[in-house]
Design a protein around this ligand. Sequence first.
Ligand code: GLA
Length: 379
Amino acid sequence: MTVATPEGTVISPGRVNLLGEHVDYNDGVVLPAAIDRSVKIIFKKNDSRLVSLKAVDLQDQCVIHLSHLEKKTSQEGKPLPDWALYPAGVMWSLQRHGLDLIGFDAQFSSNIPIGAGLSSSAAIEVGFAVVCMSLCGWQLERLELAKLCQQAEREYVGVNCGLMDQFACACGVEDHVVMFDTRSLASQTLPLPPATTLVIADSSLRRSLLTSAYNDRRRDCESVVAYFNQLDPSIRSLRDLGEERLLAHEHALPPAAFRHARHVVEEISRVNQAIDLLKEKDARGFGRLMFSSHDSLRDLFEVSRPELDILVDIAAGFDGCLGSRLTGAGFGGSTVSLVLDEKSDAFIHQLRDLYQKQTGLQAVVFSTRASRGAHLNPD
Ligand code: GLA
């Protein structure tokens, strides 16, 4: 299938999270930005109930019937390939929300590294939601669209994720961080620290056991909330818990669950400090919080890997790097660093070289700009 006369093109970005990791399913505030790497979807309607999908990068394709999405099979009855679960899940979620869909042919490609913690899957989800919106004549608020994509990932794909990734891909703003409160669902854009560049380093380590480890962490957080909720019903999430109170109950909690909850509680308070620092344009202070966040993800939340720690250690030793941390769920994937503009080229080279020397692995290191959320191109 080729899409000969395209009816439209959607560009849907990945995201990088600057601070607030593993807090979006604990009612915390996150600070992500959409990036200038994206999924590009070319599509046209086909006057049927069939959706033909072609994953150009994977050289694979499948056809899905809009009336049988819940079966997770292709039109010929074969299980959907993994990549197709994302667009199919989004269509399933939109239909379940009562939105009518029509058949279309689409092909997509992406320059977001897959499995690198940069939300390549949320970019596909949000991108296909925008495709459906532009073809089908209904409108959804961006936040609503992000929520329906999150439901697709949770209930159709099976990762019990928070809302950050889909929100960032849907609502990104050029040159800004989007502060998103996952409890109130309020958001606000904040300029990135002046005279700094964001550098992403993909460790090349693909995330293993992500779904089970992610869901396990989430369960630990819920179990700590359940413990405190019995003592005080006003505690509904880890956001309601101060550090002091958590520390006072350390003896009563399983050690791993305690450590994981401690990361979340401290990370939530780091984000509060970081918002003030961003407003004061204090790039150095913000960077210090990025380093502390990484330490906490490594030692308390236990989602780092030695290769990611090496990337952060190299970054910490570079004069002109203000902060660095793993970004996304962890267990592999990428780091993000905040670097002085004039030092960013040298930083990229050094990080690549030293990482290769220390691990024998090739990291893909690149600077990125905060970009706009998924959109029709041109719109
Ligand atoms: C993944 C999830 C997000 C968030 C991050 C960790 O990217 O999809 O919802 O929980 O991990 O901050």
